[in-house]
Design a protein around this ligand. Structure first.
Ligand code: AMP
Ligand code: DBH
Length: 535
């Protein structure tokens, strides 16, 4: 049986096909085409390794055949956690080739996140890395197998996986073949605003379109050398236009383990990188490190910045200090991606977050009652289109809250639109902290804190931070005096939550402010933090 998910209504699906947005091809097609046109061109540059399209294809065949022989097949699911290494893309294509749909967890994810994903997709396959602290021994894999009784195949980097990729399978067996283009290709991760991390089903049709259109807007081609320094599974460096956009265009992806400036500058110089994607805090580090090192960055033509609010004053420094053009990107793993265009004027490029990439993106900016606000006024962003999902996986109640009856998704962003459709992100209504592009669902951390025997009440809110834009602060009411923030931090870590979700600060208080309906007044808490920061 295929993976169940909320589909687009027939009339819209027909329209997206008729307009050519959906072309009913699986994403394996981009690799097949490069293997015909430029098999020996580099696809991935990773450390000292240069992996050509032919090798990417052959190694993903080898893995696909190995998986098929072990019973992993069409419509199965997989949990994959790899760092920024070539094997990430090899595994992705291998899974596409056999029609198995992965969740690609971030390498920073820990027990809680992985368990939550496993619970939802019930994977048959686990691909993980022995160098991750969770997978040094088999305890975590066993735990995942207890959550997902279907989990029968495990494969680990840094030894076994590479051996499987090297073992020549002599061509894919007949039963191989991707899932239909209108079925789930993989699950993207949501930054979330609820207690459990949510999954976003992405089909070949919708994702491939977003990749093709993104590659076109960013003018990628066989000349492209794209630096992927953000976590590879993230929607931005994967698809906006990201690595998949590069593969579609026949260029090469240069992998960096992280956005650290000096190491990235060296890679830019060595591989003549012309486009890179960063979150705002990483840009700040690059801006600091660049003076005196301009020569290393000479090949860089375009810096894409997205994931969190980018201050206009910082944005304006990009061309002068880094010697390249800026493109702002406002996207979401759920779908809609906005870009400033390469030929947009300065006021647009520095002053807003771009406009939707597709003519078929429908965007509404509405008030609390769902009525459109006047142009230029702030309102909630709602959207639907050929690559915006129609529902989180297995989350009917949450879906009922974030979709309206026309199928528009409410992203939780507050935006201002101008008459040309350009958007400025000015606020947020979702209960989320955006820590320099890493999203934290307040509720997830509050639930964990409430499991501590000493904690009576907990509220996580954003506090302004010069570097990250926002950090997180946990307000906690304890049952008794004497509870320490170190104990709370240790408790959260023991629960197995990713480090970036650990509160940057704890405030132990006697009471929490309440709204007139008796809910915790986060607005007031944020006000208290802002006042403290201003003082
Ligand atoms: P996610 O749902 O985890 O993929 O995160 C997407 C969210 O990140 C958006 O809904 C925005 O809240 C935020 N975001 C992404 N890009 C930008 C940007 N350029 N400026 C401000 N916020 C952004
Ligand atoms: O933050 C994001 O999720 C994001 C940012 C830029 C994204 O998903 C994207 C571009 O595609």
């Amino acid at each position: 049986m295929s993976v169940a998910f909320t589909r687009w209504p027939d009339d819209l699906a027909a329209r997206y096909r008729a307009a050519g947005y959906w072309n009913d091809q699986p994403m394996t097609e981009m690799l097949a085409r490069q293997c015909r046109e430029r098999p020996d061109a580099p696809a991935v540059l990773c450390g000292e390794r240069e992996i050509s399209y032919a090798v990417l294809d052959r190694r993903s065949d080898n893995l696909a055949a190995w998986l098929l022989a072990r019973g992993v097949a069409r419509h199965d699911t997989a949990l994959v956690q790899l760092p920024n290494v070539a094997e990430f893309y090899i595994a992705l294509f291998a899974l596409f080739k056999i029609g198995a749909a992965p969740v690609n967890a971030l390498f920073s994810h820990q027990k809680l996140e992985l368990s939550a994903y496993a619970r939802q997709i019930q994977p048959k396959l686990l691909i993980a890395d022995r160098r991750h602290p969770l997978f040094g021994n088999d305890a975590m894999a066993d735990e995942l197998a207890a959550i997902s009784p279907a989990l029968s195949v495990r494969l680990f980097a840094h030894d076994e996986l590479e051996a499987v990729l090297e073992r020549d399978c002599g061509g894919l067996p007949d039963q191989a073949g991707p899932s239909a283009a209108d079925e789930v290709a993989f699950f993207q991760l949501s930054g979330g605003s609820t207690g459990t991390p949510k999954l976003i089903p992405r089909t070949h049709n919708d994702y491939f379109y977003s990749v093709r259109r993104s590659a076109e807007i960013c003018e990628l081609g066989p000349h492209t050398r794209f630096l992927c320094a953000l976590p590879a599974p993230h929607n931005f460096p994967l698809s906006s236009p990201g690595a998949l956009g590069v593969f579609h265009a026949g260029g090469a992806v240069v992998l960096a383990p992280n956005p650290e400036a000096l190491a990235c500058f060296a890679l830019v110089e060595r591989h003549q990188v012309d486009i890179a994607a960063l979150v705002p805090p990483a840009v700040a580090l690059w801006l600091q490190a660049a003076p005196g090192r301009e020569a290393q960055l000479k090949s860089l033509k375009l810096l894409q910045v997205g994931g969190a609010s980018f201050a206009e004053a910082t944005a304006r420094q990009v061309p002068e200090v880094l010697g390249c053009k800026l493109q702002q990107v406002f996207g979401m793993a759920e779908g809609l991606v906005n870009y400033t265009r390469l030929d947009d004027g300065d006021d647009i490029v520095y002053g807003c977050q771009g406009r939707p990439m597709s003519d078929a993106d429908e965007v509404k900016v509405v008030d609390e009652a769902g009525h459109p606000v006047p142009l230029g006024a702030p309102g909630m962003l709602a959207t639907r289109g050929p690559y915006t999902f129609r529902g989180y996986y297995l989350a009917p109640e949450h879906n009922a809250r974030v979709f309206d009856n026309e199928g528009f998704y409410y992203s939780g962003d507050v935006v201002v639109a101008d008459e040309r459709g350009y958007l400025r992100v000015v606020g947020r209504v979702k209960d989320q902290i955006n820590r320099g592009g890493e999203k934290i669902a307040a509720e997830e951390i509050e639930h964990l804190l409430l499991q501590h025997p000493q904690v009576a009440q907990a509220a996580l809110v954003a506090m302004p931070d010069a570097m990250l834009g926002e950090k997180s602060c946990a307000y906690v009411v304890a049952h008794e005096d004497g509870l320490k923030s170190v104990a709370l931090r240790r408790f959260l870590r023991e629960q197995g939550v990713a480090d970036y979700k650990l509160p940057d600060r704890f405030e132990l208080v006697d009471t929490l402010p309440l709204t007139h309906v008796g809910k915790i007044d986060k607005q007031a808490l944020r006000g208290m933090l802002a006042a403290a920061a201003g003082a």
